[in-house]
Design a protein around this ligand. Sequence first.
Ligand SMILES: Cc1cc2nc3c(=O)[nH]c(=O)nc-3n(C[C@H](O)[C@H](O)[C@H](O)COP(=O)(O)OP(=O)(O)OC[C@H]3O[C@@H](n4cnc5c(N)ncnc54)[C@H](O)[C@@H]3O)c2cc1C
Length: 475
Amino acid sequence: MVHFIDQNDLTEKVLPGYYCIGCGACTAIEDSPFQIKMNEKGQYCAYISDSSVKLYHRIASVCPFSEKAINESQIALKLFGHQATYHDHIGYFINANAGYVAEGKFRELGSSGGVAKWLLYELLRRDKVDAVIQVAQNLSADKDGILYKYSVSNTLDDVLNGSKSAYYPVEMSEALAYIRKNPGRYAITGIPCFIKAIRLLSVAEPIFKERIVYTIGLVCGHLKSKSYAEMIGWQLGVPPGGLSYIDFRKKIPGKRANQKGVEVKSKLPLALKGPDIVQNLFGTNYNHGFFQYHACNFCDDVVAETADISVGDAWLPEYLPDGQGTSVVVIRQAGIAQLVKDAIREKRVVFQPLNPERVVESQAGGFRQRREGLAYRLQLMEKEQQWYPPKRVKPNSRHLNAKRKKIYQLRMQMTSQSHELFDQAKKAGRFEIFQEGMQLLIDQYQRLYRPTTGRRIKRAILRRTHRWLGWPKQI
Ligand SMILES: Cc1cc2nc3c(=O)[nH]c(=O)nc-3n(C[C@H](O)[C@H](O)[C@H](O)COP(=O)(O)OP(=O)(O)OC[C@H]3O[C@@H](n4cnc5c(N)ncnc54)[C@H](O)[C@@H]3O)c2cc1C
């Protein structure tokens, strides 16, 4: 790995290398000179307001992409090592499940099985916490154009107002400032790097360890810039700047779980557009990495390994036909394991035990991207003598054939081009500029997935042989 001695970790490596995910943990150290702002790409990023302050080492220790931070396995070992088993992809776990919430409207109003919000509700209802910090629709979106924000829910009704999955930039600086100012016990939701940041912050500033008593992690493909919502809105008839609301996970009756519905609301005139399923909209294939943060290319935690409980979508063949949604749930904290066990017994939630390997299978694409793909991206950084954040995955390219390498290169290209072309399209007021430009890359990408002539012939022969022998169709 390339080391630059004597450089300031945050201002000379993380920020200029575009590794900041904009979580806001760096602002929560007392007297921190950092602030979070949205940049021109529609991504949150840390900015320094006073370079004379000398707290860098301490601040860097809470940044999830800094080399001063300890890694996810080290954090999780301290938290869960005494009570849970280790798995090299999902981290420590007491148990893993697939399921949904049977009581109330949690499932109907949830992203998948409604487990995350149900758990927050339960924690507040049972007086395990005084308030919940979660992402919710921003009620002043019409003024500031920001559709989702972290917010504080003090009542059970407030918890229900939490958002479904927000594939949208969010940051925690205000929420963390609130926690510092207001004594109490909090539960918080977050994608893997945000939960990692909270754990790091809890070491650097014990007040957060005392007050953040439960962490609920969301399995994560990657974080999107604000343009992702704008791109969807534009296709549904609301040009950028005109959105006042987006639901990324509208459940449409009769559709399969992975046919995620999207619905938007325009500001003027106030009108609902959609719903439509994402598969009908350009740019929504998560594998293509449109509008992804650069830092996500350097993440090796798919399932939020440092969270007390992680919740994701059960992307497994047996759960897809049920469009009501099923969650995959990994539990690491004994208190939560007991709470869920009680709810299963009382039939308030319906969970089936899941082998950890099946959790991995449910996120197969995410793990490929952040294991074999990450190793290759790190190898490219080594070759170019560029700094990158320390990772548990080692740089390597020998495990990939030329086609897989090209796939990973094209994904990175699609990410960077999506930001640029969308900006051009917005300035010109023409969506086609974006769509036509991106389609060229998508075509190249899709060609790589087409079977070679040799493979096609082999498949045809096998198919005919099966037919001739009267065997069921398998290929
Ligand atoms: C950016 C992103 C990428 C994701 N990628 C994947 C993936 O690749 N594979 C997968 O299986 N699952 C992924 N998920 C998780 C998945 O979409 C669902 O959030 C998860 O299944 C929980 O569903 P639920 O019905 O249990 O949650 P719900 O009951 O709907 O509750 C969701 C809770 O999460 C909070 N929340 C929503 N968005 C955010 C956010 N951006 N940051 C912090 N908290 C938030 C809400 O406030 C709410 O409390 C992703 C989520 C996000 C936000």
